[in-house]
Write a protein that binds this ligand. Structure first.
Ligand code: PLP
Length: 368
């Protein structure tokens, strides 16, 4: 089977890990944590980085910085991972959804203004599968209505919008470093911000809200969301190679696109003129005229030794949110369609050109 993802771990990762083991800095303090936070924030053009244990909690503590009151709203795409909407509900707020853009599969920015109400507090653009969201309209709305922007750049490490890094444009910008991400720490995450008060709050929330003045005295409840120095050691080694990794993803996507562009029945990933797509995952959408949905397509590809993953299922179609009384009767046709017809092909960092060739051959056979 050609795996859908496989991380690339180099000699530098081992060297840094061994340093942790030798020196005993294996928990959540040490040089790698500091360097990873500093390098990542400066790579994205932000002042402060707060490393945490995964991308889900990065979003949770970023939203916690808003101090949402019951009924406060955050606008986000329906087509995303549940972590985004859950970060809002876990903080007592109400997620408000928009549909996806037909070409990029990111949030349809034209719908955002129609969803703003007096209770809107923030907008959460999510850069999907490596392609940036069209940020200008969002930045403009945030300025006009005094809204906070929480970027989710988990899938777009190194991606750019008009020369700005994904995760370098919002007020609070979240990342995941899960093993399938372009930069990985195994499990891990980070929040970036230019706001010193947010940075302080984020640091407190990730560390049980300990007080500096008096140890074991708490005026607020937090969690242990700390990243370890061991994980940061892997992250730093990965970050040193980020340009190489991004170039590799882009080359893989180019190879896929060249070999699949003769199949008009497939929608391939795009790259808008204002975007640098890092093609975190090479997603394709199969036209209904193929007489197959993504589940059947995936099953037939698996028979030929190709592993795939289905696209996200929209937040408005999640029973867990329906049970909370959210999104009843709402429909988002683009997200609903791509959820049923979309999947992504093997896109891991170790994928070879010969494997891409094999995958494309299998796709051609299944479609024929
Ligand atoms: C867009 C997006 N946000 C957040 C997350 C959550 O990250 P984690 O898996 O590290 O909790 C993911 C997960 O892969 C993601 O794709």
């Amino acid at each position: 089977m050609i795996p859908v993802n496989e991380p690339l771990i180099g000699a530098r990762e081992s060297e840094y890990i061994l340093e942790c083991l030798r020196t005993g800095w294996i928990s959540s303090e040490g040089r790698f944590i500091n360097e990873f936070e500093e390098w990542w924030s400066s790579y994205c053009g932000m002042k402060y980085g707060v490393a945490v244990s995964n991308g889900t909690v990065a979003l949770e503590i970023a939203v916690a910085c808003l101090n949402l009151q019951p009924g406060d709203e955050v606008i986000l795409p329906t087509f995303t991972i549940i972590s985004c909407a859950q970060a809002v509900t876990n903080n007592g707020g109400k997620p408000v959804l928009v549909d996806s853009d037909l070409r990029t599969w990111c949030m349809d920015v034209d719908q955002v203004s129609t969803k703003i109400t007096p209770r809107t507090r923030a907008i959460m653009p999510v850069h999907i599968y490596g392609h940036p969201v069209d940020m200008d309209p969002i930045l403009e709305l945030a300025g006009r209505y005094n809204l906070v922007i929480i970027e989710d750049a988990a899938e777009a490490h190194g991606g750019e919008y008009k020369g700005y890094k994904c995760g370098g444009m919002g007020d609070l910008n979240c990342f995941s470093f899960y093993a399938n991400k372009i930069v990985t720490t195994g499990e891990g995450g980070m929040v970036l911000t230019n706001n010193g008060k947010y940075a302080e709050r984020l640091r407190s929330l990730r560390n049980l809200c300990f007080k500096k003045e008096r140890r074991f005295y708490h005026t607020e409840l937090g969690n242990n969301y700390r990243l370890t120095n061991l994980q940061a050691a892997i992250g730093l080694a990965q970050l040193e190679r980020i340009e190489e990794s991004v170039a590799k993803k882009r080359l893989m996507a180019q190879t896929y696109s060249e070999r699949l562009s003769d199949l008009p029945i497939l929608q391939l990933p795009t790259e808008e003129t204002w975007a640098k797509n890092v093609y975190w995952m090479y997603g394709i959408v199969l036209d209904e005229s193929a007489g197959m949905n993504a589940v059947e397509f995936a099953r037939r590809l698996a028979e030929k030794g190709v592993m795939t993953r289905p696209f996200f299922l929209g937040m408005h179609e999640q029973p867990a949110f329906r049970d909370l009384g959210l999104f009843g009767g709402e429909h988002y046709p683009v997200a609903e369609r791509i959820a049923r017809q979309g999947l992504y092909l093997p896109s891991g960092m170790t994928l070879t050109e010969a494997q891409i060739e094999q995958v494309c051959h299998a796709v051609h056979q299944v479609i024929a």
